[in-house]
Design a protein around this ligand. Sequence first.
Ligand SMILES: [Zn+2]
Length: 163
Amino acid sequence: MEEESEIVSAAKPRGKAKLQKDVAPGRLIDTFAAQCEKCHKWRVIDSQEEYEDIRSRMLEDPFSCDKKHVSCQDPADLDYDSSRTWVIDKPGLPKTPKGFKRSLVLRKDYSKMDTYYITPTGKKLRSRNEVASYVEANPEFKNAPLGDFTFTVPKVMEDTLPS
Ligand SMILES: [Zn+2]
């Protein structure tokens, strides 16, 4: 029987996530969240694009409730608990270059997440070398800085895995 588990990709102000090793069944992220640096409540971020934007600026421009036009007094959108599996991103990771999509998948063997980029033509790029060759072969994407492709994956929070 397949265990359905919602996965939250989250960005925290100081990114001090505990490093845990085991993971839930292979699944895609379906919710994005950011933590308010003032009240520490979690706010749902509507799109991956907006989430990546917040994450990329998190160190110099920490997220807070007012950025979502809500008050710190308002109840949290999400609670950090094991009703969902949480993966915590490193703050400051670059935004995905325009036209590409970044995808994260939990491994079936529970070990970690893997990331890849989907090109505008639907090809999957799984490493820095594959990105470099693709950009080399497709000069129209030369404006996508190689440094903006990152294979750094979020930490999977063991204490939020489905039991
Ligand atoms: Zn707040």
